[in-house]
Ligand binder design. Structure first.
Ligand SMILES: C[S@@+](CC[C@H](N)C(=O)[O-])C[C@H]1O[C@@H](n2cnc3c(N)ncnc32)[C@H](O)[C@@H]1O
Length: 284
């Protein structure tokens, strides 16, 4: 039997042992805040199989021995974390947030004399969220004569940041972009692919960085007028959510806005925020 066939056979029957699952879950939680209950074992196996093949390990035990010995984690951590993060995202996801931005947040900043809005998409995945913010802010600026804006997109996964940087997406993914924003979507350079790209003028407004929300401090520069941190805290437990939300508030200007995912909540966490709309808060 060839080595490839042996590996294939091993990987279809191989499972992560209870001890190694425990070690992986502990590392993933400590590093990223992502909960990994035992019910996620099959999911984790599925996601790590490609890493086994890439690193030349026939079994999960072999992979884990490599990972937790010597400098294995130093070499493999980024790839392990890329494999375990869930990066589902959409353009104009939870569209009421963007309606609220246009109807309340942007007029408020304009009348307060803000010249340049600093916004942060704190778990930006492949970029649909920060590019949606850019479309909304650019349209408002074009129609109302400002304010200008800059956006930081950050995520823990390096894979998704590469996609965000390219700004090229399958056409189906851009379907939710409403007609009034379509001029920011251009056909891709490679005409043989069913892809579109985001207009360079919007791409120029977005800077990207790898940032772990579990980190002790967020090196993100000046405080923000607006932070979107959506659909990432669902993967964290309550104490981690509290820690992350407190740090996000520290990076928000007084009077600045925080948006969280529609299925997320700040209930029971003491924060300098008032609710202004469903899952939208303002720093006091
Ligand atoms: C489900 S996506 C949400 C994307 C976008 N905010 C949205 O709502 O469409 C969650 C993102 O959080 C990122 N993530 C997970 N843990 C993180 C952490 N500790 N620090 C920063 N980003 C993290 C993942 O890599 C993933 O891209």
């Amino acid at each position: 039997m060839s080595q490839a066939a042996r590996q294939e056979t091993a990987s279809t029957v191989d499972q992560i042992s209870a001890r190694n699952f425990e070690r992986l879950a502990r590392y993933i939680y400590d590093y990223s805040g992502i909960k990994m209950p035992s019910s996620k074992r099959t999911m984790l196996e599925g996601r790590l199989r490609r890493r086994l093949r890439t690193t030349g390990h026939a079994t999960f035990d072999g992979y884990c021995d490599y990972l937790f010995k010597d400098d294995g984690l130093e070499a493999e951590s980024v790839f392990l974390i890329d494999a375990v993060t869930t990066n589902k995202t959409d353009f104009f996801r939870e569209p009421r947030h963007f309606d609220y931005m246009t109807s309340h947040v942007l007029p408020e900043f304009k009348s307060a004399g803000v010249r340049r809005i600093r916004a942060w998409s704190a778990a930006c995945s492949t970029g649909a969220e920060p590019y949606t913010m850019a479309m909304v802010m650019q349209r408002y600026a074009d129609e109302q004569g400002g304010p200008d804006y800059e956006i930081l997109g950050a995520d823990l996964s390096t894979d998704v940041l590469e996609t965000a940087l390219r700004g090229v997406y399958p056409n189906e993914m851009l379907t939710p972009v409403p007609a009034e924003y379509r001029h920011w979507v251009m056909s891709a350079k490679d005409k043989t692919r069913r892809e579109s790209r985001i207009h360079p003028a919007l791409r120029a407004k977005l800077s990207l960085a790898r940032l772990n929300l579990m980190g002790d401090s967020y090196a993100v520069g000046e405080p923000f007028d607006m932070i979107m941190c959506r659909n990432v805290m669902i993967y964290f437990d309550k104490p981690t959510q509290a820690k992350v939300l407190k740090r996000l508030c520290e990076r928000l200007k007084r009077g600045g806005y925080l948006f969280i995912g529609h299925s997320e909540s700040i209930t029971g966490i003491e924060l300098p925020l008032v609710t202004v709309a469903n899952t939208v808060f303002r720093k006091t």
